[in-house]
Design a protein around this ligand. Structure first.
Ligand code: PAF
Length: 285
């Protein structure tokens, strides 16, 4: 596995693979990897990418003042061992200076789909995400880039950006990977200790309550949202930020006639800010 610190070396690697006729897959990450990330590598391979690259970069521009940029968990050695074990061929690990050299003055702003949900609570977050992902895609030049569906709004923002800017890349979404008890895997789960770890399960339990009601035939979004909200409100360690039902494709609050909807939520549990979601579809049981 090769590692590259600078954009030129990373791009040269990708261009060589493309010249060999290989399909290049790319998995951007902020490191502190878990099985959710390794599943993205496997999905890239399943999509026919025989040369898969990853990046590790804790992007300062997507963190707001007072957020966890400084304490975001990092373990480069372990990350590299995990990526190598997955057969990743190249890893791009730039420093902040490589990504944002002095004089950097260009940002990517996706409007509609960035608004509301996490966008309302973390102003500037999706601008930071869109900017760094645009840069990473221009550097890594993949045919396919894979992102986890846990960050559902992020995936929608990246899809909109790639479409609107005519980027020559396929954006793929990958299903949420959960711990055995149902907690969605996240690098930020590292912040959860003892009672907080147990309490964090209320996000998933809230989504399951909505899923069960949906399976019983309830299609009124307020009812599904309320049952999830009640489940989280019952957990004293959790502080709900939002729970909303949205169109799975557009993230619009007006839902399609098909009855498909995604319930998205965010809550703070102890020192961690956690997000999760579930897409509900199909007939009543
Ligand atoms: O999902 C993440 O880990 C990050 O937001 C991403 C897409 C790597 C951009 O920094």
């Amino acid at each position: 596995m090769e590692t590259f610190l600078g954009p030129e070396a990373m791009r040269a690697w990708s261009e060589s693979r493309r010249a060999e006729g290989k399909r290049v897959g790319f998995v951007p990450t902020m490191g502190y990897l878990h099985e959710g990330h390794t599943s993205l590598v496997r999905i890239a391979r399943k999509m026919g990418c025989h040369a898969v690259a990853a990046s590790i970069f804790v992007n300062p521009t997507q963190f707001g003042p007072g957020e966890d940029y400084e304490r975001y968990p990092r373990n480069e050695e372990r990350d590299l061992a995990m990526l190598s074990a997955e057969g990743v061929a190249a890893v791009f690990i730039p420093g902040v200076k490589e990504m944002y050299p002095e004089g950097h003055q260009t940002h990517v702003e996706v409007t509609g789909v960035s608004q509301g949900l996490c966008g309302a609570i973390r102003p500037g977050h999706f601008r930071g995400v869109a900017t760094v992902v645009a840069k990473l895609l221009l550097i890594a030049r993949p045919h396919v880039a894979v992102f986890g569906e846990k960050d559902y709004q992020q995936l929608a923002v990246i899809r909109a950006m790639a479409r609107d800017l005519d980027m020559d890349v396929e954006i793929a979404g990958a299903p949420i990977v959960r711990e055995p008890d149902g907690l969605a895997m996240s690098s930020r789960n590292k912040y959860l200790e003892g009672e907080d770890r147990k309490a964090a399960l209320c996000l998933y339990k809230g989504l399951c309550a909505a899923r069960d009601l949906y399976a019983a035939g309830v299609r009124v979004p307020e009812k599904l949202v309320n049952v999830a909200r009640a489940r989280i409100a019952a957990e004293p360690r959790a502080k709900l930020e939002y729970v909303e039902a949205r169109d799975p494709e557009t993230l619009s609050p007006s839902l399609p006639a098909s009855g498909r909807m995604t319930i998205l939520l965010a809550a703070r549990v102890g020192p961690a800010r956690l997000i999760d979601n579930i897409t509900l579809e199909g007939k009543a049981a």
